[in-house]
Design a protein around this ligand. Structure first.
Ligand SMILES: Cc1cc2nc3c(=O)[nH]c(=O)nc-3n(C[C@H](O)[C@H](O)[C@H](O)COP(=O)(O)OP(=O)(O)OC[C@H]3O[C@@H](n4cnc5c(N)ncnc54)[C@H](O)[C@@H]3O)c2cc1C
Ligand SMILES: NC(=O)c1ccc[n+]([C@@H]2O[C@H](COP(=O)([O-])OP(=O)(O)OC[C@H]3O[C@@H](n4cnc5c(N)ncnc54)[C@H](O)[C@@H]3O)[C@@H](O)[C@H]2O)c1
Length: 486
């Protein structure tokens, strides 16, 4: 059916209190909360309840990464004095385990909506007016809904660079990779960001040869150079080939699968692989949403523009989660839901601008960060102490045989407040959360140095982190010096 049908052929809209577009990490809990408050809510979802996180993001990837870690530990079992014979990965079983966890999460979300009494409409939504949304259902029929409140939670999709041949060589994005039934013999990965790093290591552990091709000068370019280098070393030690500073010029089909021409200042090289993963970022799902009809503003990258309260420029229309730009994580989308819920249902306003947002890349060791890192503190010309502790000095790490990585903390030299922290370590996301809670509670570096934590936990190592000799950065010179020597 054409999207441009004359108005006369459009169904008359059903009236309700709120329409939510997208059953993602914000849309589902918001639908439940609004329904619980007595409002009549219609939630329109194009594909599957739970959105990216549950269906093709966090849940499936972390489930597969858990399998990859078991394979890795099994291969290292000798180091622990355990003889385990030849390690074999049954990729079909790995996928089946992942599929069953995804199904469990997805049906849990669906049941929750049903129990709350939310009207779930499976269909693709589009604005046909500022407060009128039309859903095209799988059978091609249409329903329209009109409400004073409309919430956009349509998330994002993988970005495919405009490279010659890319669409014809059977390349897959993160969603396609999750659906593969065969283990790639040689997986080429375009992009060394979150997805490239997590999948790169996991597939290497499953037994694929893996080559990561990154345009930037190094992996994890948003992190401090020592952290990025330590993570790169881990991947390389596990056999992942990392090629940075490379532009892909074209791709073509080959007998073995796919050829990729990469270029750097030194010259050109053809890389051949069996599979190609495109992991070069994500694009907001706003281009086919009729935002122009509704009059909703987007920025130059297509993200919906919102104010402090997540309101768009159109009265009563809000945007939550990845679709509004900024850090694209499940915990951010969920907090967007809380901000909107608290403002609308409890009269409590909270801006999304000042919240502390951590993240964890689920490589092994995990790379977790919150707040400022050393590079940012120096760029801002702050007077800070930077504490660093290699994991090889952490009792828990030595005992468990997981000594790769390091932890760092940036501390205001005057107030002793922790301004940010990075943990590259086994269960780094958990250790980082302790540092985050300390920041939220305004605990100082000295408080953590002197805190009594169970021995031997990862958290206990925070005593040692803050007992070390820090590097001091000063606003004037921004040069490294030891306290008392500058
Ligand atoms: C491979 C991968 C791994 C990830 N791992 C992590 C992780 O470990 N931790 C983390 O915090 N984040 C992770 N993320 C990011 C996380 O998945 C997203 O930040 C999160 O899902 C965003 O939630 P959201 O509510 O904004 O949108 P989404 O969860 O993307 O939901 C949007 C929903 O809107 C629907 N939709 C879109 N257009 C329409 C339309 N026109 N009509 C109706 N419905 C529509 C979509 O079908 C989808 O269900 C990962 C992402 C990927 C791709
Ligand atoms: N653990 C997590 O929280 C997690 C895991 C996976 C994904 N995510 C979310 O999903 C988003 C998307 O992940 P992603 O890895 O696709 O994006 P990303 O932005 O993290 O990384 C993309 C990488 O691709 C590189 N790149 C871009 N174009 C390229 C090209 N033509 N050739 C070579 N390299 C190129 C970029 O320099 C960058 O390093 C993340 O930003 C994050 O928000 C989160």
């Amino acid at each position: 059916m054409s999207q441009n049908k004359p108005d006369t052929e459009r169904p008359a809209p059903d009236r309700c209190d709120a329409v939510i577009i997208g059953a993602g990490q914000a849309g589902v809990p918001l639908a439940q909360a609004l329904t619980d408050s007595g409002r009549q809510v219609v939630l329109i979802e194009a594909e599957h309840v739970g959105g990216t996180c549950v269906n093709e993001g966090c849940t499936p990837t972390k489930t597969m990464i858990a399998s990859a870690r078991v394979a890795h530990l099994a291969r290292r079992s000798d180091e622990y004095g355990v003889q385990d014979g030849q390690v074999q990965v049954d990729f079909a079983a790995v996928q089946a385990r992942k599929d069953s966890v995804v199904e469990q999460f997805r049906s849990g979300s669906r049941d929750g909506l049903e129990q709350a009494g939310v009207e779930l409409v499976m269909g693709r939504a589009r604005f046909i007016g500022p407060h009128t949304v039309q859903a095209t259902l799988p059978d091609g029929s249409r329903r329209a809904f009109e409400a004073p409140l409309v919430f956009i939670n349509t998330g994002a999709r993988p970005t495919w660079p405009n490279l010659p041949g890319l669409r014809d060589v059977g390349a897959v994005d993160s969603t396609g990779l999750l659906a593969l039934r065969e283990l790639p013999e040689h997986l080429l990965i375009l992009g060394g960001g979150y997805i490239g790093l997590e999948f790169g290591q996991a597939f290497a552990r499953f037994g694929s040869r893996v080559t990561v091709i990154e345009r930037g000068e190094r992996l994890a370019s948003h992190e401090d150079p020592d952290v990025a280098a330590a993570l790169t070393d881990v991947l390389c030690d596990e056999g992942v080939a990392v090629l940075c500073g490379r532009e892909v010029v074209w791709t073509r089909r080959s007998d073995s699968g796919v050829d990729v021409l990469v270029r750097d200042p030194q010259g050109e090289q053809i890389l051949s692989g069996s599979h190609l993963l495109v992991a070069t970022g994500r694009t907001p799902n706003t281009d086919d949403l009729g935002l122009d009809v509704a009059g909703v503003d987007v920025d130059e990258r297509g993200h919906v523009r919102v104010d402090d309260d997540l309101r768009t420029n159109v009265e009563g229309v809000y945007a939550l989660g990845d679709v509004k730009g900024g850090p694209a994580f499940t915990h951010v989308a969920y907090d967007d839901f809380r901000i909107v819920r608290d403002a609308l249902l409890h009269g409590q306003r909270r801006s999304w601008h000042n919240r502390l947002i951590p993240y964890t890349v689920f490589t092994d060791p995990q790379l977790a960060r919150v707040g400022l890192d050393e590079m940012q503190a120096r760029e801002q010309g702050l007077r800070v102490r930077v504490y660093t502790l290699p994991m090889s000095k952490v009792a828990r790490a030595i005992e468990t045989g997981e000594t790769s990585g390091l932890m760092k903390a940036v501390v205001d030299d005057e107030t002793d407040q922790i301004l940010g922290a990075t943990v590259l370590g086994a269960e780094g996301g958990e250790t980082l959360s302790v540092l985050q809670v300390a920041m939220q509670g305004n605990l100082t570096a000295s408080d953590l140095r002197d805190g009594v934590f169970s021995h031997p936990t990862w958290t206990e190592s925070l005593n040692n982190l803050f007992m070390g000799t820090p590097v001091l950065h000063t606003p004037k010179s921004a040069a490294d010096e030891r306290p008392g020597t500058g």
